[in-house]
Design a protein around this ligand. Structure first.
Ligand code: WTA
Length: 656
């Protein structure tokens, strides 16, 4: 069980933050949730599911007889788009603002629930005209604009399945995702605004599908957003404005089975190939809606909610699109980066829209903390009443700063642990109930059963181990797209009968959970999951590289940073040039192969890599080098002198 330094100090954290009595008095989540779920877990979830609109009510809650494949609410039928839109309009909430959009370039627009529904109906009709039918896959590669949400909801309205691909991924990544899912339709934009410039998207789509590389694609819909020139393929391309704007605003949402696939979202695993995580309709929407409402204390008529995640990640799916819209709350969507035109942008948005609930990642909080409180202090943030954190462990200093500077020393913080695979939040305090500890995600939500186990699979009651989930949950992944075996092997084989999350965790003496981070070869950089194997294979695909090893090294701002060790091919050393030339070239190569988010922070050219006698690279030792620590135990190395060869070279200053 790998140890992360500093955790022992965290476990002695004695500060407790209880919600104020005013907060408790108005809180959505009541303590009975825990006792109800404990008394009858399945009935608890059935009750939450009944809060949705079912075209045909379900009679069965869970079928896990074909474990680890689960079915929830299987004989029920619903339409997810209907639940997030039509329902509000029919029940008289159509005039409520669904989205306040703030473009990075200063454009703004608002959509009421009724307007959003009309746009979704038009888009659904347009997609249908382009040949989309239930079960087809749609790749969405868009900037963070309302049309991204509209495209997602129009897709699922038809029973088709979206695969949103974050705009920061390269043409290569796009191509492999389009082909893995055999997408029929691609929805993209000319470009979007990022860091004060237009960042083009369409060229990556063109490159991905060039030379019939993606034979499943029958049409590409292009939103005009960046205004940049794009090349045009008459046979495939359609402007969004041509096909959607003129489409009929009438569209009836048909019911689909609760287990009808809803979306695929690719995420990095321990092997080179990203996994298409599959989520289905009824269970996913149940848990998305329940957790959003209770964890963020949603009062739909009063709150202005803002989750800063991009829809390219699971947080954007569950807590920008499905949860908030199902709960009928008003939310802010911001297109760009927090530093444009200056680092006050987010706080200006909070002040302007009077944001009451803010959900973001520790990496952003740490960045703001480093820049100093003078920036947020210039803005009126007094509207904020709940703060959320997600994506990586939050260190107590950042937690306290967040609460103090952004939350006016009053707003409860919900540190939410979950994953692409879990679909929705699994561990979190409930504001108004839980007295929180800075740095702890506290306890599993009602209806969620988890255990921390040791190497032998035995439950630990205090101390560290592997984080596992012991009972199926409604929004659990239903599999890996096209690879049932990999699903069983990846998540259910290490600890039989239990889902293994890939994270290590510790319990303190009160039974509260402290997440230690990944124990596998997955890195977490700025809250984004990256696979060491995927970056290694990108590196070795370059003709200069003979071998590569990648580790996640601690980084003050981004949590972890990608550090790569490469051995050059002996016949290429001269061509490769200086270490810093090679480093730049390989960083760009990784950006091209995977995307800019995967670029190593540092590339070290080395003569050898530390390996065990069986040839396994000892990343632990490389992490010691990357984090500038004394090198740990080298006795299991095949050649114990390797580490001094590496460190001697680095000490001689021949690094990146
Ligand atoms: C990490 C993001 C500590 C964890 C929703 C997990 C966290 C991975 C937290 C999933 C948290 C997420 N505290 N670590 N509150 N939330 N993680 O799939 O390692 O992008 O396994 O989903 O992020 O990342 P993913």
């Amino acid at each position: 069980m790998p140890e992360k330094s500093g955790i022992e100090n965290l476990l002695h954290e004695t500060r407790r933050f209880s919600p104020s009595s005013e907060f408790v008095a108005q809180a959505v989540a009541k303590p009975e949730l825990y006792s109800e779920a404990k008394a009858d877990r399945l009935e608890f979830w059935a009750k939450q599911a009944r809060a949705l609109h079912w075209h045909k009510p379900f009679t069965k809650t869970l079928d896990f007889s074909n474990a680890p494949f689960a079915s929830w609410f299987e004989d029920g039928e619903l339409n997810v788009s209907y639940n997030t839109l039509d329902r509000h309009v029919i029940e008289g909430r159509g005039d409520r603002i669904a989205i306040y959009f703030e473009g990075e370039n200063g454009d703004t627009s608002t959509y009421t629930y009724a307007q959003l529904l009309t746009e979704v109906k038009k888009a659904a009709n347009a997609f249908q005209t382009l040949g989309l039918v239930s079960g087809d896959r749609v790749a969405i590669y868009m900037p963070m604009v309302p049309e991204a949400v509209i495209a997602m909801l129009a897709t699922v309205r038809l029973g088709a399945i979206h695969s949103v691909i974050f705009g920061g991924f390269s043409a290569e990544s796009l191509r492999s995702r389009i082909n893995d899912a055999e997408a029929k339709l691609i929805i993209t934009a000319d470009g979007g605004y990022r860091k004060g410039k237009v960042s083009a998207l369409k060229p990556a789509v063109d490159e991905a599908i060039a030379d019939s590389a993606c034979p499943s694609v029958k049409a590409v819909v292009v939103l005009k957003r960046g205004g940049n020139e794009v090349s045009w393929n008459q046979n495939l391309d359609h402007w969004w404005s041509d096909v959607v704007d003129s489409a009929s605003p009438e569209h009836e949402a048909k019911a689909f089975g609760a287990e009808h696939p809803l979306f695929i979202l690719y995420t990095s695993g321990t092997t080179g190939k990203p996994k298409g995580i599959l989520h289905t309709s009824g269970g996913y929407l149940t848990q998305a809606t329940f957790t959003h409402k209770n964890v963020f204390d949603i009062h739909p008529t009063k709150d202005i909610y803002w989750c800063t995640a991009d829809v390219g990640w699971i947080t954007g799916h569950t807590y920008v699109v499905y949860g908030p819209l199902a709960n009928g709350v008003s939310q802010v969507i911001y297109e760009g980066t927090p530093d444009t035109p200056d680092w006050g942008r987010w706080w200006k948005i909070v002040e302007k829209y009077k944001v009451t609930i803010l959900y973001t990642a520790p990496t952003a909080i740490r960045t703001f903390m480093k820049l100093g409180r003078e920036i947020p202090d210039k803005y009126d943030l007094s509207s904020i009443r709940v703060l959320g954190s997600v994506g990586e462990p939050i260190n107590p200093e950042a937690w306290i700063w967040y609460r103090d500077v952004i939350g006016g020393n009053n707003a409860p913080i919900v540190d939410t642990w979950w994953q692409t695979e879990t679909g929705a939040i699994m561990i979190s305090p409930l504001p108004g109930i839980t007295a929180t500890k800075p740095g702890s995600a506290m306890i599993p939500l009602p209806g969620i059963s988890m255990e921390i186990v040791d190497d032998a699979g035995k439950k630990v009651t205090s101390g560290g181990g592997y984080l596992t989930i012991t009972e199926p949950w409604p929004s659990m992944l239903r599999g890996i797209w096209g690879d049932n075996e990999r699903y069983k092997e990846t998540y259910w084989s290490q600890h039989p009968g239990k889902y293994f999350a890939g994270d290590g965790a510790k319990l303190d003496t009160d039974g509260d959970v402290w997440i230690l981070g990944r124990v596998d070869d997955v890195m977490n950089v700025s809250g984004h999951r990256l696979s060491t194997a995927e970056i290694e294979s990108a590196l070795v695909s370059h003709p200069f590289v003979a071998e590569a090893a990648v580790v996640g090294a601690k980084d003050e701002t981004t949590g972890q940073a990608v550090v790569a060790f490469v051995i050059l091919r002996s016949d290429q050393v001269a061509a490769a040039g200086s270490d810093s030339d090679v480093s730049k070239l390989l960083r760009d190569h990784v950006a091209k192969e995977i995307g800019a988010i995967a670029k190593p922070r540092t590339i070290m050219v080395v003569a050898e890599l530390p390996k065990t006698r069986s040839g396994k690279i000892m990343r632990r030792l490389l992490r010691d080098v990357a984090e500038d620590r004394p090198i740990g135990d080298v006795t299991t190395l095949a050649d114990t002198s390797v580490m001094s060869v590496i460190t001697d070279k680095l000490e001689a200053g021949a690094t990146d």
